[in-house]
Design a protein around this ligand. Structure first.
Ligand code: PEP
Length: 248
């Protein structure tokens, strides 16, 4: 029997927005009826406080693999936790590309987040060349296996996975619902070989040019449990529509 998983919609603002947008978003989400969907907002750090205690989840976009020390510009998981975050995005493709984050470093960051009781939103996904070559299942499996090796499969009970094909992020080129479902089902079956209960329960989000217009079809796929939303999470009404599409 298939487990009913609560959908999750997460907004990744990246390095966008301002205090005014934070106040507007907070007001729109607070007034909405969002009982059957988990909502997570990941704004830049200076705006986190606008969302803390407002009735939905708040997350960081990155954390250090270290607990403290001489690491100028970094933020530790314990600081995000203390600020009121429940989640943290780890291994977003922009960090993998712009900051050279390897599978090993991403695994260390997942471990740091778990140590602090934060839920890591572990981003995986293939670049266009790997999609064209056809080895995307292997590519995504290797990204996941590096984390399994570091933290163990049991910890995936406290992890969310976001499948974000790099060719679909910020490009307007969304994966088709079938392409998304194929990879999500693959991820679940890959985890099931290690622990079937965890595989059945884990939330697997799709990310890559999700909009209010395509969210419903993507989220209706069997193994798609919501989305990680970039551009469209910067418009409160669009983001709300996407959240509402997940609860249908
Ligand atoms: C993202 O940044 O995680 C993302 C999916 O961006 P976009 O929705 O803009 O493609």
């Amino acid at each position: 029997m298939q487990t009913k998983r609560q959908p999750l919609v997460a907004g990744n603002w990246k390095m966008n927005g301002n205090a005014e947008l934070a106040a507007q978003m907070q007001a729109v989400l607070s007034e909405a009826e969002l009982s059957n969907v988990d909502v997570l907002v990941c704004p830049p750090m200076p705006y986190l406080h606008h969302f803390i205690g407002a009735g939905f989840n708040v997350g960081g976009q990155n954390l250090s693999e270290f607990e403290s020390g001489a690491h100028t510009g970094e933020v530790a998981g314990r600081m995000l936790k203390e600020a009121g975050c429940s989640h943290v995005i780890v291994g977003h493709s922009e960090r993998r590309t712009d900051n050279g984050e390897s599978n090993t470093l991403v695994a260390d960051k997942v471990a740091s987040a778990l140590d602090q009781g934060l839920v890591p939103v572990l981003c995986v996904g293939e670049p266009e060349s790997i999609r064209e070559e056809g080895s995307f299942f292997e590519f995504v499996a290797a990204q996941i296996d590096a984390v399994v090796e570091k933290v163990g499969i049991a910890n995936f009970a406290h992890i969310v996975i976001a499948y974000e094909p790099v060719w679909a992020i910020g490009t307007g080129k969304t994966a088709s619902p079938e392409q998304a479902q194929d990879v999500h089902a693959f991820i679940r079956s890959h985890l099931a070989k290690m622990n079937s209960e965890i595989a059945e329960k884990i939330q697997i989000l799709y990310g890559g040019s999700v909009k209010a217009a395509n969210a419903g079809e993507l989220f209706s796929q069997t193994d798609v449990d919501g989305g990680l939303i970039g551009g469209a999470s910067l418009d409160p009404q669009d983001f709300l529509k996407i959240c509402l599409a997940a609860k249908e």
